[in-house]
Design a binder for this molecule. Sequence first.
Ligand code: ATP
Length: 261
Amino acid sequence: MESIIETENLSVSFGGHIAVNGVTVEIVKNQFTSIIGPNGAGKTTFFNLLSGQLSPTEGKVLYKGKDITRKSTIERSRMGIGRSFQITNVFPNITVLENVRLAIQSRENVRFQMFRHFTHYKAFKEEAINILDTVLLKDRMDSLAVNLSHGEKRKLEIAMLLALNTELLLLDEPTAGMSLEEVPAILDVIQNIKEDENRTVVLIEHKMEMVLDLSDEIIVLYNGELLAQGNPQEIMENETVQTAYIGGSQNGEHTSEVGTN
Ligand SMILES: Nc1ncnc2c1ncn2[C@@H]1O[C@H](COP(=O)(O)OP(=O)(O)OP(=O)(O)O)[C@@H](O)[C@H]1O
């Protein structure tokens, strides 16, 4: 199985505190990988190291075999790595469709400066509609982005990542802050993306049921270290993982939503 992103002995410290400590993992292309762990385990910091928002104090990040440790977020995004829910390029006062079409156009302008003809506009629009279909937002394509619900905004953010030809989607708690009614739809969106063989999804998620249902592979972080990696069955049966979580619940912190704030 081909890996899409790997880390080698990855560490980062804030002052004296080691937030990610010597993590070596391999994330397989086209597999759905979730990162779990109690509060403060280092999940977000690890994501920041993958996306380039943070530079490690030690270790390496390899994307498709290339060392990208010192590459910026923008360079990584051009290479196909995209992180959700930090996208600032959604324009609130234009329609959902126009937002996605503009993202496609910006992607294509980078590559083909001369492609400005109407037929391309039409092709971009068609691609945008297809993407909106994938993220279950086609029926809202003529709405202004500002008028979307919280859950719909998250779908639009995923659509923007798809429009930018993101191959590795880093989704940081996609259901956070959503109403209960909105959660199943985002799960369907994730399922749709999972079916696309050109995309790989890595998810940080506290909802254990969702993680166990969706994941091919689970990475467990604990105190900044890699505690375990395996398929859902292996993780469920792993005694070290169980002990780590039982420890959490005895403190009254972690129940079915592991590590929820
Ligand atoms: N910028 C920072 N400066 C100092 N300490 C930080 C910084 N970012 C994270 N930390 C610390 O690093 C550790 C790991 O934090 P991180 O946010 O990665 O954990 P997490 O697993 O994502 O937690 P949660 O589930 O609560 O979001 C924590 O102890 C946190 O306080």
